[in-house]
Design a binder for this molecule. Sequence first.
Ligand SMILES: [Zn+2]
Length: 285
Amino acid sequence: MMQIEEILFRRMTDYRFSDAYYRVQHGFLGELKFFNLFKIAQGHLELFNININVDGYQFEVDRLIITGEAIYAFDVKHYSAPCVDESEYWRNKYSSFKSPMSQFTIMKDGLKVYVHYHQLTHRLVCKLVFISEHFYIDRKTDEILYFKDIAPLFRAMKQERVVSAFEFTIQKHLMGLHRPINYYNLRPEFNMDTLRKGIICERCAMQIDFGQSSKRLVCCEACGNAKTKEKWIRQTLTELALLLNRPFSAKEAYKWTGRSNRHITKRVLDKYFEKIDDHYILNEV
Ligand SMILES: [Zn+2]
């Protein structure tokens, strides 16, 4: 989904990213920072982005860590501006938005049911992690971790017993419950006819023209991004496949990459795409 929005942004004169895009993109950066800075000890287990349903509680855990003594569930937020807690809503100097606490509570309650149902003796520790150093909330609870609170928790966690075969079973079981979130409904609406066609640099959105050049390597004149012609065409056709989200004909492909690139386009289609009847689809690699 993220990818489609980025393609549209490059190819449409006036594309505005969706709220979901900002949420996912921003959230992802936060989770990455959390993972990069705070590692688990050897002999402990972890899971990322598991989306599960326990007894009617539907929730996502950004990061779940299992030690021989405890299960830690983290919901990670990348908010940076100081906030005021107005119960159902939080407010910062830019806007008012739904409090993350309700979603966090569903995660906590769902995991409580899970631990209880499977009679686990592990301590359950659920935390809402604010990964930005600048975040502040006027009403802080024990469940909220500021950036500076993370290190002490991880230091204590690392002292805990290592896992045994039983914890591997828990990890496997949770993985089995995971259902990927279906982003299909979030597909943005757009009209293919209004998009810029041809080869577009994925770094700077500059139009690439092979011209009469017989060289294999073609550079973007704006940012210097260099690729073989084949790679430029392959990327351009992958974008077409993602945008259309259906099999497409060779004729549609030529129209997209440009008539003058017909021969190389045909070659790339045959090499990298799966052919069904007269149509091509993206090869899942
Ligand atoms: Zn470029």
